[in-house]
Design a protein around this ligand. Structure first.
Ligand SMILES: Nc1ncnc2c1ncn2[C@@H]1O[C@H](COP(=O)(O)OP(=O)(O)O)[C@@H](O)[C@H]1O
Ligand SMILES: [Mg+2]
Length: 300
């Protein structure tokens, strides 16, 4: 069974066990499997503190973060600037070692970068400009020894097609818009079939309309591929639309304030009263003076 097939099977099993009409059944959002007493977390962030050390001082970016992320979760880290979201994502990617605690992926402790974790960043310049779209997507597959030339190209074409860029396979990054470059970055990441896809504010530099479209496309891709997503944003709306689960972080140093499950909000819901109420509620929980008890609850 391929990794994707295994993940799909897992996602389907989870949905099949959920009661009819529940969020897990309807597909888009996943109730925490822990509540159903099922599988172990795919990614465990256990008591993780992260620091930056400069000659003058030590900056604690996160303090004892505990999070469990399950296969096919769309898990969002939401919090204001400076709460350690990017640093935590870098730690999961293996670029930043915890000073305390550990990160486990599929049972193994993360000790460095690997092709099982791919990051999509906000910046549009994450693609080597001298490679075409096809070469950009195929290259990591070959570099990581995941596929030979032919297979890498076939897989690259498959995912380029999935993000709607087949006609641009031979274009260079400078010939593409910001949104198209982000699509290439997403195709490149998915083509390696990572155990977890890491996204750090991937749509933050796009105009509002393109951003919405990209959020929609990401959800459609997820429907199809059921990858596990760890997504960073400081936008409450984006968290509610993209996420199936959201961790709320507070800054200086970054701590988990609480966690919520999102229920089937789509872009079409943004103007609705239920959606706006959920936004207000998350806003309150993020910015109130003292943390609420960390009980998962539906945001509506
Ligand atoms: N290279 C660095 N050196 C020192 N401090 C840093 C560095 N990068 C980030 N920080 C600090 O770590 C904290 C968390 O930063 P970051 O992870 O970038 O937050 P976020 O992504 O949530 O905005 C902030 O206080 C920030 O100033
Ligand atoms: Mg950041």
């Amino acid at each position: 069974m391929t990794l994707v097939a295994a993940r799909e099977a897992l996602a389907v099993n989870r949905a099949a066990d959920a009661p009819p009409g529940s969020a897990a059944r309807t597909g888009r959002s996943a109730a925490p499997p822990v509540a159903m007493g099922q599988t172990a977390p795919l990614l465990q962030i256990a008591g993780v503190s992260l620091e930056y050390r400069t000659p003058e001082r030590v900056v604690r970016a996160t303090h004892r973060i505990d999070l469990d992320i399950y296969a096919a979760d769309r898990f969002v880290l939401l919090g204001p600037s400076g709460c350690g979201k990017s640093t935590l994502l870098k730690a999961v990617a293996g670029f930043h070692e915890p000073v305390e605690g550990e990160i486990r992926l599929d049972g193994g402790v993360v000790r460095g970068p690997g092709p099982d974790r791919i990051v999509v960043f906000q910046e549009f310049d994450q693609l080597p400009p001298w490679k075409t779209v096809l070469q950009n997507v195929a290259f990591p597959l070959r570099a990581a020894g995941l596929a030979g030339r032919r297979e890498a190209e076939a897989r690259a074409r498959h995912f380029i097609d999935k993000v709607g860029l087949s006609r641009f396979a031979d274009s260079y990054p400078h010939q593409l818009s910001g949104g198209m470059k982000q699509r290439v970055a997403i195709a490149r990441a998915l083509a390696t079939q990572p155990k977890v896809l890491l996204m750090d504010e991937p749509f933050a530099a796009l105009d509002a309309l393109t951003r919405r479209k990209m959020q929609e496309e990401l959800l459609s891709l997820w429907e199809e591929v059921r990858f596990t997503l760890l997504f960073v944003t400081h936008s409450i709306e984006e968290a509610l639309v993209v996420g199936s689960r959201v961790a709320l972080l507070s800054p200086h140093p970054g701590r988990v304030r609480g966690e919520v499950n999102c229920h089937d909000f789509t872009l079409g819901d943004i103007g609705s009263r239920a959606f706006q109420a959920a936004v207000q509620r998350l806003h309150g929980r993020l910015f109130e003076a003292s943390p609420e008890p960390e009980t998962p609850s539906a945001p509506r």
